[in-house]
Design a protein around this ligand. Structure first.
Ligand code: NAP
Length: 321
């Protein structure tokens, strides 16, 4: 049985390598789905203000704790600061709103969702605010320097409200800059990783800085079919011939092969599924391994193909260029 946790820098907290992603979990299903995921063995939940379902996710967590399925300290709850709350006066209120909606005393890991400061939107104008301001048709930036935002994130750690802080969708340039002034180094970086976008050098470099990596969208285009042209036109990874033949050989599902491939690189994964059987099988990736030949074959699928790109959504923001 291979290791199921990584140890985070500074806090020494153990973060599960397997978690449950909460994007696109519908509000009406969220409470029961989280409860079921805890029953299946999931201990890490990946949330965000932007997903608009933290109240219901919190209810699922609370019910599981009340029913004795799990203790709070056995869970690892992740959530993310949205782009409109980067100014130093807005980080704490945004965090507090999310913490209360989740119904928790503390958050295990609080991430900056994107290195993109957008114009502030008050809670009573729109929540979650999304990418555009109310009534706007273009994104509008806010002059909120990252060093001020990060300093507020650090205060959440110092005040015992966030046990760890980290980043998402940052590239090496943005991380290098952050490392020049941070008091608390980011514990993790969450980025898109799948065989079409393995991000080999980014992963190696970031891991060498003692920052753990979490992969999102491990199954590739699936979540982007309704959102972008690239999502629609790419071959579904879950039906790819190479992935399917490895799965058949190992008597596993293609989803398990994709998740195991990341875990063998020391990368945490956060698959989302609304189906209990898939939830269970996705979680079962620690008792077997891929062969070297399988990994070599998966490497050949690299296309440098990124699906979660603000530019592809029409936001006029080539963030990863
Ligand atoms: N930081 C960021 O900017 C960012 C961006 C995107 C995502 N994320 C996080 O990463 C999580 C995962 O990424 P993701 O939502 O893009 O999707 P994902 O986990 O790669 O894929 C989810 C899709 O795959 C399907 N699926 C799940 N297990 C399956 C299986 N065993 N067989 C076949 N289909 C399966 C799901 O359908 P069913 O639900 O119908 O099973 C769903 O359509 C998100 O929930 C979110 O927490 C973060």
């Amino acid at each position: 049985m291979s290791t199921q946790h990584v140890t985070l820098n500074r806090s020494g907290d153990k973060m599960p390598l397997m978690g449950f992603g909460c994007w696109k979990v519908e509000n009406k299903d969220a409470e029961q789905l989280i409860y079921d995921a805890i029953k299946c063995g999931y201990r890490l939940f990946d949330n965000a203000c932007d997903y608009g379902n933290e109240v219901e996710i919190g209810r699922g967590i609370a019910r599981a704790i009340k029913d004795g399925l799990v203790k709070r300290e056995e869970l690892f709850v992740v959530t993310k600061l949205w782009n409109t709350f980067h100014s130093k006066d807005h980080v704490r209120p945004a965090f507090e709103k999310q913490r209360k909606e989740l119904g928790l005393d503390y958050i295990d890991l609080y991430l900056i969702h994107f290195p993109v400061p957008l114009k502030y939107v008050a809670f009573d104008q729109a929540y979650p605010p999304g990418w555009y301001g109310v009534g706007q048709k273009k994104i509008q930036f806010e002059r909120a320097p990252m060093h001020e935002c990060w300093s507020e994130m650090e205060k959440l750690v110092d005040d015992g409200l966030a046990r760890n802080i980290g980043i998402s969708n940052f590239n090496v340039q943005a991380i290098l800059d952050l490392l020049t002034y941070c008091k608390h180094k980011p514990a993790t970086l969450q980025v898109e990783i799948h065989p079409y976008l393995p991000q080999k050098r980014l992963v190696e470099w970031v891991q060498a800085q003692e920052i753990h990596i979490t992969a999102y969208s491990s199954f590739g285009p699936g979540s982007y079919v309704s959102l972008t042209d690239d999502g629609r036109s790419a071959e579904p990874l879950l039906q790819n011939d190479a992935i399917s033949s490895i799965a058949q050989k190992k008597n596993k599902t293609p989803a398990q092969v994709l998740l195991r491939w990341a875990i063998e690189r020391g990368i945490a994964v956060i698959p989302k599924s609304s189906h209990e059987e898939r939830m269970k099988s996705n979680h079962d990736v620690f008792s077997w391994s891929l062969d070297d030949d399988d990994k070599k074959q998966i490497e050949t699928l690299n296309k440098g193909l990124r699906f979660n790109n603000p530019d592809s959504y029409g936001f006029d923001l080539p963030l990863f260029s």
